[in-house]
Ligand binder design. Structure first.
Ligand SMILES: Cc1cc2nc3c(=O)[nH]c(=O)nc-3n(C[C@H](O)[C@H](O)[C@H](O)COP(=O)(O)OP(=O)(O)OC[C@H]3O[C@@H](n4cnc5c(N)ncnc54)[C@H](O)[C@@H]3O)c2cc1C
Length: 530
C-alpha cells in the first residue's frame, strides 16, 4: 500500500496539535481528553423497523466501522447496529498509537507459526497502519492531530538483547532503528532508560476523531448506522440470517460480529474467549516549557510490553500517560494517582504535573494475545480480540474480511492457528491479574537493578578519578621533596634552571637570615656564589 501524508491540524488554522472542541459530548464518552477535543459526532437514531441488507455489522467500534465502510465502498448494502454510541469505549478512549505488529510479541509468534508465516502476519499488520494513514489523508479527516513515530524503550541495560530483538523484527520486514542509550536519553531525559527500538513508520492519532471520521465515511458510502440498538439474538441458519433488536429486525446475507468484550449475552461462548481488561489513562494540565525538560520526542513511547507506561505529548504541552490494569472495574481517579507516581518515577522533573483528565477503557484480550478473525459458520464472521494493539489490527481485520467476502481472498486463514480458546472465566482473570502484578514487580526490580548498577558505576568512576588525582598529587609532593633533599644535600649549582628557580623559591618562601640550620647555611652559600 502506498504511503500518504496526513493533513495536519495546523494547516486548518487550529492550535498546533490540539484539535478544537466542537461538540458537547454525550457523558457516555467519559471524561476523556479526546471527548473534550472531539469533532462533531451526530447522534444516530435507533432501529425502529425491519430492514433487509447484504451485511449486518454488530458493533460500532473501529472493527465494525472499517468493515462496514469497506463493504459499502464495494457496493454492498450495510447496516451497523451499535448498542450505545459509535466508538464510546475502547475505540474512542485509547491512546491513539498506530503501530505495526500485534499484542503478542514477535518471538512468540515466530515460535508458534514459524518465520515465513510470521512475516506474512507482520506484513498484514503493517498494512493496517498504512490503511489508517491513507484513509485519513485521502478523506482529509479533521481533528486527527497526527504525530510521527514510536519508541519502544528498555528500562534495563541490555544492548545485546535489544539488538537481537531488532534483528528478528527486521527479518520479518519491520522498518526500525536501534537507538543507543545516549540518543534515547537526549530525547527522554530519564536515567531510567537505556536502549530503544524506534519505529519511524508508526504514528499517532486522535482516536475518537478517527472513529468519527470513519463513521462519516461509511455513511457517505451508504452505510446505515443505528445507535442505541443492541442486537439481542441471532438466527444464523439459512441464506437470510436474522438479527433481533428491541424495535426492529434485520435480515442479512452475512453477519460480522465486531462487539469486542461487550458481545456478552448475544454470543456467550464467543464472549468467554476474551478477558475484559480495564486500563487507565491520564492527561496532565498544560506543562509549558517544563515538559521539554523531560521529553523532546514528538511520537509515542512504551517502556514495557504490558499495560504500563505508554505515553505521548498531546495538545502541544500536555502529557498523556496510560497504564496499570485490572480485570475488575475500578475508579479511574484512584488509578490516576498511581499513574502519576509512575510518571514521577520516570521523570522527576515533572513531579508537579497536575492531572486534568483521567479515564478508563476496556479492551478484550485473547489467551494468545492475537486477534480473532475468521468465519465462524457460513456467512457469520468474527472480528474481535484486538487487545491493546487494536488500531492497526481492526483496520487489517476489516479489510481481510471484506476481501474474503468480496474477492474470495483467504489470507484471513493466517489467523487460524490462533483459535478461539476459552479465557478461563473468573479463574482466568485472577491468573491474568496475578501475572500482571508479577510482571510489574519483576520489571520494577530489574529496572531498579539496572539503575542501581549504573549509579554504582558512576560512583566508582568518580571515586577512581578522585583517587587518580590524589595519587598525582602525592607523586608531585614526593618529587618536590626529592628536589628539596637534593638541594639540601648540596647538589645544587651544577644545575638546571628549574633547580635554580626552585632554590630561589625556597629562599623567598621560608629561609630567613637568622636561620642557622645546615640547609639554610648551604642555601645562603649557594646564593652568594651565584
Ligand atoms: C485505554 C486503552 C488504550 C488503548 N491504546 C491503544 C493504542 O494506543 N493503540 C492501539 O492500537 N490500540 C489501543 N487500544 C486497543 C484498541 O482501542 C482496541 O483494541 C480497539 O479499539 C477495539 O475495537 P473494537 O471495534 O473491536 O471494539 P470496541 O471499540 O469495544 O467496539 C465494540 C462495540 O460493539 C458494541 N456492541 C457489542 N455488543 C453489541 C450488541 N450485542 N449489539 C450492538 N452493539 C454491540 C459495543 O457497544 C462497542 O461499541 C487501547 C485500548 C484501551 C482500552
Amino acid at each position: 500500500m502506498e504511503k500518504a501524508s496526513m493533513s495536519s491540524d495546523t494547516a486548518s488554522g487550529q492550535t498546533p496539535g490540539e484539535p478544537q472542541v466542537v461538540a458537547p459530548q454525550d457523558a457516555l464518552y467519559g471524561e476523556t481528553y479526546f471527548a473534550a477535543t472531539a469533532v462533531e459526532m451526530p447522534k444516530r437514531p435507533p432501529l425502529t423497523q425491519d430492514i433487509d441488507v447484504d451485511i449486518c455489522v454488530i458493533g460500532g467500534g473501529l472493527a465494525g466501522l472499517t468493515t462496514a465502510y469497506e463493504m459499502a465502498r464495494r457496493g454492498w448494502s450495510v447496516a451497523v447496529l451499535e448498542s450505545r454510541r459509535v466508538a464510546w469505549n475502547a475505540s474512542g478512549r485509547n491512546t491513539g498509537f498506530v503501530l505495526p505488529g500485534f499484542g503478542q510479541s514477535v518471538d512468540k509468534i515466530v515460535e508458534r507459526v514459524g518465520p515465513d508465516h510470521a512475516r506474512e502476519l507482520w506484513t498484514l499488520s503493517q498494512g493496517g497502519v498504512d490503511y489508517v494513514r491513507q484513509t485519513i489523508a485521502e478523506s482529509e479527516m479533521q481533528g486527527i492531530a497526527p504525530s510521527e513515530g514510536w519508541l519502544h524503550v528498555s528500562k534495563t541495560d541490555r544492548a545485546r538483547q535489544v539488538s537481537d530483538d531488532a534483528d528478528l523484527l527486521r527479518s520479518l520486514g519491520a522498518d526500525i532503528e536501534v537507538w543507543p542509550e545516549r540518543l534515547v536519553r537526549s530525547k527522554l531525559k530519564s536515567d531510567r532508560y537505556f536502549q530503544a527500538i524506534h519505529f519511524p513508520t508508526a504514528f499517532n492519532i486522535h482516536p475518537l476523531n478517527y472513529a468519527a471520521g470513519l463513521a462519516k465515511l461509511a455513511e457517505d458510502a451508504g452505510v446505515r448506522i443505528f445507535e442505541e440498538t443492541r442486537a439481542l439474538s441471532i438466527d444464523p441458519a439459512g441464506v437470510r440470517k436474522r438479527i433481533e433488536t428491541a424495535n426492529g429486525r434485520v435480515r442479512a446475507a452475512r453477519i460480522v460480529l465486531a462487539g469486542n468484550v461487550h458481545l456478552g449475552e448475544l454470543m456467550p461462548e464467543i464472549a468467554q474467549t476474551l478477558m475484559p481488561v480495564h486500563t487507565f489513562v491520564i492527561v496532565t494540565k498544560p506543562l509549558g516549557a517544563t515538559l521539554s525538560e523531560a521529553i523532546d520526542y514528538p511520537g509515542s513511547v512504551s517502556d514495557t510490553d504490558w499495560a504500563d507506561s505508554h505515553y505521548r505529548i498531546v495538545g502541544g504541552d500536555r502529557l498523556m500517560w496510560c497504564g496499570r490494569m485490572t480485570v475488575w472495574d475500578a475508579h479511574p481517579r484512584r488509578f490516576g494517582r498511581k499513574l502519576r507516581r509512575d510518571l514521577r518515577n520516570r521523570f522527576p522533573q515533572l513531579a508537579d504535573a497536575e492531572i486534568d483528565y483521567a479515564w478508563a477503557g476496556t479492551l478484550g484480550l485473547s489467551v494468545h494475545r492475537m486477534p480473532q478473525i475468521g468465519e465462524l459458520s457460513s456467512g457469520v464472521w468474527l472480528a474481535s480480540g484486538f487487545g491493546g494493539h487494536g488500531i492497526n489490527t481492526t483496520a487489517m481485520a476489516g479489510n481481510l474480511i471484506t476481501r474474503a467476502m468480496t474477492e474470495g481472498d483467504d489470507r484471513w486463514r493466517l489467523f487460524q492457528p490462533f483459535e478461539l480458546v476459552w479465557a478461563g472465566g473468573r479463574a482466568g482473570r485472577i491468573v491474568l491479574q496475578t501475572a500482571y502484578w508479577g510482571q510489574r514487580k519483576y520489571e520494577t526490580w530489574a529496572s531498579g537493578r539496572s539503575h542501581g548498577s549504573e549509579v554504582r558505576r558512576i560512583r566508582a568512576d568518580a571515586r577512581a578519578k578522585k583517587e587518580a588525582a590524589a595519587a598525582a598529587e602525592r607523586l608531585q609532593a614526593e618529587t618536590d621533596a626529592a628536589e628539596t633533599a637534593r638541594i639540601a644535600a648540596g647538589q645544587i649549582g651544577t644545575h638546571t634552571d628549574q633547580q635554580v628557580v626552585y632554590a630561589e623559591d625556597m629562599a623567598t618562601a621560608g629561609v630567613d637570615q637568622a636561620d642557622d640550620s645546615r640547609f639554610a647555611r648551604r642555601l645562603r652559600k649557594w646564593r652568594d656564589r651565584t
